[in-house]
Design a protein around this ligand. Structure first.
Ligand code: GRF
Length: 221
């Protein structure tokens, strides 16, 4: 693989999705690599995961930046310094302003632990359980100005089982997250997706997207 797409991962927590991206990019034919991991939380396990993988880390503690503008100036500066071309939000607990969206048009992905447009926002798994849905899952989508409202790239469904609590359902969902986030990044990095209005379409042979979406664990041909 000649030139891999440089991704910046923004993470505030345990970083299991970051880990999935790191693990995926260990494959020779993976078209992206994690150039930098940025966190707003010094205690984020994501930072340790990055260090273990010898990936550069940046801590941007919001406390050190009195305004959102100042925080985002620093963020944009670092992303530019690491020549980031694609931004992956992997449990990043801050909303990005339209300024950041403008700097990365169609180049920001988010992973959300529900089948959007159901249950956007915080505590999606709790919301799904409280609502009594029988199927939940996860969604990788492009980020737009709303909260979890952007165009959907790929989703995976899991059953909600009798006796599930937030932890058991979250664990089932996370297993799928770790599968579809690297997959969506691959598709974007390979230039296989484009937007038709708010609908994500797959370039390539007719039927390819159907095949991929029926079985998102499989590599595209
Ligand atoms: C994931 O469940 C993701 O869907 C949500 O935040 C969580 C991050 O988990 N946006 P991790 O830090 O990747 O383990």
């Amino acid at each position: 693989m000649s030139q891999r797409l440089s991704i910046g991962v923004l993470a505030s927590g345990s970083g299991t999705n970051l880990q999935a991206l790191i693990d995926a990019s260990a494959a020779d034919d993976y078209p992206a690599k994690v150039a930098v991991v940025i966190s707003n939380n010094a205690a984020a396990r994501a930072l340790q995961r990055a260090e273990q993988a010898r990936i550069s880390t940046v801590l941007l503690d919001a406390v050190g930046f009195p305004t959102r503008d100042q925080f985002e100036n620093a963020l944009l500066e670092r992303l530019e310094a690491f020549q980031v071309k694609l931004l992956c939000l992997a449990g990043f607990m801050r909303i990005l302003s339209p300024r950041v969206l403008k700097a990365f048009p169609g180049q920001i992905l988010n992973i959300h632990p529900a089948l959007l447009p159901s249950f956007p926002g915080l505590h999606a798994t709790r919301q799904a359980l409280a609502h009594g849905v029988k199927i939940s899952g996860c969604t990788v989508h492009f980020v737009d100005a709303g909260t979890d409202t952007g165009p959907i790239i790929v989703q995976a469904a899991v059953p909600v089982l009798p006796g599930d609590d937030e932890a058991s359902l979250a664990a089932r969902i996370q297993k799928e997250e770790h599968r579809i986030f690297p997959l969506a990044v691959r598709w974007v990095a390979e230039g296989l997706v484009s937007l038709q209005g708010r609908v994500v379409q797959f370039r390539g042979e007719p039927g390819m997207s159907d095949q991929a979406l029926r079985n998102p664990g499989r590599r595209l041909p």
